[in-house]
Design a protein around this ligand. Sequence first.
Ligand code: ARG
Length: 460
Amino acid sequence: SGHDMWGGRFASGPSSVMEAINTSVHIDKRLAEQDIDGSLAHAAMLAACGIISSEDAEQIAAGLEAIRQDIRAGCFDWKPSLEDVHMNIEAALKERIGAPAGRLHTARSRNDQVATDFRLWLRAACERAIEGLRAYQRALVEKAEAHFDWVMPGFTHLQTAQPVSLGHHLLCWVEAAERDIGRFEDASRRLNESPLGAAALAGTAFAIDREMTARRLGFDRPMANSLDAVSARDFALEALSAATIASVNLSRFAEEIVLWTSRRFGFARLTDAFSTGSSIMPQKRNPDAAELVRAKPGRIAGALQGLILVCKGLPLAYSKDLQEDKALVFTAFDDLELALAAMAGMAADISFDRDVLEAAAGEAYSDATDLADWLVRELGLPFREAHHVSGSIVKAAEKKGLPLSKLPLDEMQAVEPRITKDVFEVLSARASMESRTSQGGTSPVRVKEQIAVWKDRLKG
Ligand code: ARG
């Protein structure tokens, strides 16, 4: 119970509210694997440096592995009164192997221990996020390949702008996901230094080998400053920033799925696997998963904001405020993983209506730029003038309720006499899309190249 943990200094245990506010094991038990890995590395190092006997180190290792099995099997008895994952495991070790357990905490504090565990956990979480992003990219690239030359309206201000290829649109989210991956890689690389051996805040008088524990735990090096090692949480802020930005990118495509599957757009459909019904309106097919992904930045950016405010103004070195870091990071990464799985699922599930897309692509004078470009190319007009002429022709067409492609040539010639019937060759959504062959442009020839690049990058 409570006061036994602190030994001689304490005569009685905490009040129930003290225990309630202080305990974190219900949350930080998720660090159990990392905590055991850290302790195994620490014990082996203590023995190698002659600080504890190798017999004790062996018993500690065997005991910790047995505890790991109990935890994995779900038969470990977590006790809130023992505060956190570290004290729970240490107490269990004592129960299991007796006296040698008491030597494990030599030259170590929970302050460097928790920082070590948390960095290991986040390194793995960044890895999982990257894998989730890769799966999402694969689903998108596959969809893009199947629709590389389907024409759809491209929007600016959500107003019909110019025709684009559906494959091109989908590849846009593949690019965004690649930058998200880069951010997780950066965060993961920067956090990969070992706090272990910083002890409570000042280092230790024992002749430990921090390189050894760092190496064993897969860290690039020990952290150089013991105060920094126990008090820095910017690594968690950085990982949460990466998660926040990734969730914002996901939410944007999620919003498009919501729009596209609405009756007003009618561009796309999700199967029953990714649709929900209504308890009152029998006809409904709702895109709940897309809406929930759209909402995730509320939670994930909220976690980032939460941890920023926890860390703000904290003096060196460790303060208990820092215990609040884990719940925020865990929920944010859980949310992100689920959002990624849902988006990969929907990217694979979604199907498109070719005719609706093509018709919409040709609506609302989306070929007005093509007309202006034709005037520049064929008649040598300066673009600004061509823009004006094209605008006047759109106005005339709009008055008659006709698309540009159906406007009689003489009506165009009334605005610009040098226009010839050849202009009609550029006045269709498909011609417009196919003409945009500049690097990074939407022409299917370019999209096909990009799909090949992505398939190559994503293989294996
Ligand atoms: N449970 C604590 C945390 O998550 C571990 C470190 C506690 N250190 C201390 N000096 N009380 O931050």
